[in-house]
Design a protein around this ligand. Structure first.
Ligand code: ATP
Ligand code: MG
Length: 400
């Protein structure tokens, strides 16, 4: 495999950790190259997420070479040839060149090889099969550079067969289009994704959820989502996701927040959001946040007075208020920039009275303390957070 002449010039290539891993793997004459997302993202000048390395050394040799260089080697996916090297506190996924001998749509039986071309062919899309030497020289065995430049997500090999091997590639096709695609989607790929959409039913919810949230996080996800809907793929994994117009307005408002976008896409129906949060096994934090985005909970009218907005921000929390304001804005189209800005700028004061103050003033500990605290807090908020601690405590006697 010959280099293309393209060279990556980026600090992570030569950062201490990456350089150490490469030196270790090459110590006995083997070859090691960066591969996949890190090469693709670097070529586009985008932030690199995780660093993958491909090598022609067998997995046991990888472990030995890393350890000999004083690096930690964790056999994270040793059956598939993957060892995680830890260098300078960063993980590097090192995978031995391999081909998938047999796949049943879920697991792959792999064989190791010394052929870089075979390793490239088992990867999903042409621009995900780019390799780079430690000095930045790029190798492109499947013509991925041209596709990357054109914004074209293209399967390596026959799309039908590649999806049959692994249905996750359907979702990855649309996700990568959302992040890197331009213009219309590759026709052969799109057709195969639509035709094989039933294969998606075999995927675990965790994998579907991860892909869908990554797609929804893309700066411009609408074209990919529309194509996904057109191919019947969206209905298969997210039948609740029908409110394209609402989502489109939210995307135009800016925040690249996947949960917010998910709520918009599902029309913010309370039952739908609750059901989806459970089906996708979202974390408690995300589940709570998603449910709180349902419409009708505490809508933020476009003409809400600033004083009332401050009260709402105090009770709901700035994040939830902002979420609701953005969603309401996206759904009815009425500008709420003033309210969103207020939530981002205004720091709610903290309530100056504590339970101990109330007990100290003679009310015996117990339920009445809580009730008195809440009553004073309501008054304090209603009066624009103005009354001082002393003023509030002076009202204790007049609370019933
Ligand atoms: P990102 O990390 O931004 O999601 P990536 O391209 O690095 O993008 P990973 O999931 O980290 O994606 O996988 C690393 C590489 O492994 C990919 O670039 C691709 O070459 C290969 N790969 C990952 N998943 C698959 C798959 N389902 N089928 C074929 N190849 C895959
Ligand atoms: Mg990656």
């Amino acid at each position: 495999m010959n280099p293309t002449g393209t060279v990556i010039d980026q600090p992570w290539l030569t950062a201490d950790g990456a350089a150490e891993v490469m030196r270790a793997l090459r110590a006995e004459g083997g070859t090691a190259r960066f591969v996949g997302g890190c090469v693709r993202d670097a070529l586009l000048g985008r932030a690199v997420r995780d660093i993958d390395v491909a090598t022609d050394c067998p997995p046991q040799t990888v472990i030995r070479l890393l350890q000999a260089a004083g690096l930690k080697a964790v056999p994270t996916g040793i059956d598939h040839g993957t060892v995680t090297a830890i260098a300078c506190g960063h993980p590097y996924e090192v995978t031995t060149l391999r081909l998938d001998v047999e796949t049943d749509g879920r697991r792959a039986v792999v064989a190791f090889t010394d052929s870089w071309l075979e390793d490239a062919r088992r990867r999903d899309f042409t621009f995900n099969a780019l390799y780079a030497d430690p000095d930045g020289a790029v190798y492109d065995p499947t013509d991925g550079l041209a596709d990357l430049k054109a914004g074209r997500v293209r399967f390596i090999g026959d799309p039908y067969r590649r999806i049959e091997e692994d249905a996750l590639r359907i979702l990855r096709f649309f996700r990568f289009h959302a992040w890197f695609g331009r213009g219309t989607l590759d026709a052969a790929g799109l057709e195969a994704c639509g035709a094989r959409r039933e294969d998606l039913d075999r995927l675990s919810v965790e994998r579907v959820r991860a892909e869908m949230l990554r797609l929804l996080e893309a700066p411009s996800p609408m074209a990919a989502l529309r194509a996904m809907a057109g191919a019947g793929v969206l209905a298969r994994v997210l039948p609740e996701g029908t409110a394209m117009a609402c989502l489109e307005r939210l995307v135009a408002l800016g925040p690249e927040d996947p949960l917010l976008r998910l709520a918009a896409l599902t029309c913010r129906r309370h039952d739908v959001l609750s059901g989806l949060a459970l089906r996708w096994k979202l974390s408690l934090r995300d589940r709570t946040r998603l449910r709180a985005m349902a419409s009708g909970e505490a809508a933020v009218p476009a003409d809400l007075l600033e004083t009332d907005a401050r009260s709402q921000i105090y009770w709901l929390g700035a994040e939830r208020f902002r979420d609701l304001a953005l969603l309401d804005w996206a759904c009815d189209g009425h500008d709420r920039s003033r309210l969103v800005a207020l939530a981002e700028r205004w720091q709610a004061p903290s309530f100056p009275v504590k339970g101990a103050d109330i007990v100290g003033s003679g009310i015996p500990q117990g339920q009445r303390v809580g009730a008195a605290l809440r009553a004073l807090e309501r008054q304090w908020v209603e009066e624009g957070f103005e009354p001082s601690r002393a003023e509030l405590l002076a009202r204790l006697d007049s609370l019933e």
